[in-house]
Design a protein around this ligand. Sequence first.
Ligand code: GDP
Ligand code: IMO
Ligand code: MG
Length: 425
Amino acid sequence: MANLVIVGAQWGDEGKGKVVDLLTEKADLIIRFQGGNNAGHTLVIGDNKVVLHLIPSGILHKNKMCIIGSGVVLDPEILLGEIDALRLKGHDVTPDTVAISDRAHVIMPYHKVIDHARDAARIGTTGRGIGPAYEDKARRTGIRVIDLINPELLRKKIDAFWDERQEYITKILKAKAPDKDEIIEKHIILGERLKPFVTDASIMIDKAVKSGKSLLFEGAQGGNLDMDFGTYPYVTSSNTIAGAACTGSGIGPTMINKVLGICKAYTTRVGGGPFPTELTDELGERLRAFGGEYGATTGRPRRCGWLDLVALRHTVRLSSMSHLAITKLDVLSGLDTLKVATAYRSGDTVMESMPADLELYPEIEIAYDELPGWEENLSEIKKFEDLPANCKAYIAYIENKLGVKAAIISTGPKRDQTIIVEDLF
Ligand code: GDP
Ligand code: IMO
Ligand code: MG
């Protein structure tokens, strides 16, 4: 029995969904603790592909409890759409398998309007209203799930700040404000549908722990998109590092036993902001094509580049990662040489961790190590020993440089395209 936090070690899309689905077999509760439907977690089971945005990636297993924790911002329409789509495919989505924290904040239509009008172009956000919803939460003017399921409270809370919101949207952002009555009517209905799933999730988690159950916390985004430690302001609006599993689900740090960082064998990023090892040439195109690097949420082409140990050292430390899962090694097959960033240099200053000052990034030079690549196709390899020698050397190099062992090696999107080096539960 163990309680394990899974987080992205880079800028998101590292393969968290695949690994969570895989490890769910041994877990009892799977908990999303931050972010919202900006996330796109892809699960490939046989020939079927499922992309989940809000429901934890444990939902395809039977008899597991999937929890949307208080730290999540939840778009009720998207969540209900996801529930309906899963049910249509024959999955068991009921209050016995999905629970929603009554304290989670709700993404309202005006949050999406603000995101599109204000942040989408500037930051390259997903446009899902994530930032404005967290902003309302911090401003203490947000709508929580507990309000959504109480029509009177919902009306009162929307009314309270309506004039101010409308003025901001129309006069400052020059955008079209949504209709208040329409929002209220629609959200009363959405609230009614969600009501059976709503509970005090922190109590549910506590009871589960006390009865000896195992928890799997599913992070969204990645450490370098963390609101405090990422490449601010080109970040998401929540904490994406392991500590957020506590605040976003309502448990204390003594409950966490292990932290698994999901690390792609190269780097990708979607949206704006610094990306020191980005490849804008045909090699970047090759990674995008071979890795299928297109956003699971917005479909945008992902920016691609070499593995970056500077960026990884930063997130390994911030999340105190105990283990790594290295994904998408198969995408690197066929490259003669693999480059890995080991340090950034600006003038005489050598940086081994991510600098806070964004002004430095355009001028930094990057120190690279070069490692020999491998030709072999990895997608059918089931045992660590059978990996090509240069692939094993690449893994050992990453482990040594970061001081963290790889417990999982992923060689394709499917469940069985995985080598478990160490059991985590
Ligand atoms: P997440 O947001 O971290 O869950 O990752 P995404 O689902 O957004 O993106 C990861 C993509 O890579 C998905 O299309 C996965 O199916 C796929 N994937 C995961 N692991 C591997 C792997 O080891 N090899 C390959 N080729 N694809 C993988
Ligand atoms: P998963 O969980 C990759 C990026 C956006 C943008 C920035 C802010 O699938 O790894 P936001 O809409 O959150 O305000 O956008 O963060 N971003 C992601 N990039 N994977 C994600 O999630 C992301 N969620 C947000 O592209 O740059
Ligand atoms: Mg994703």
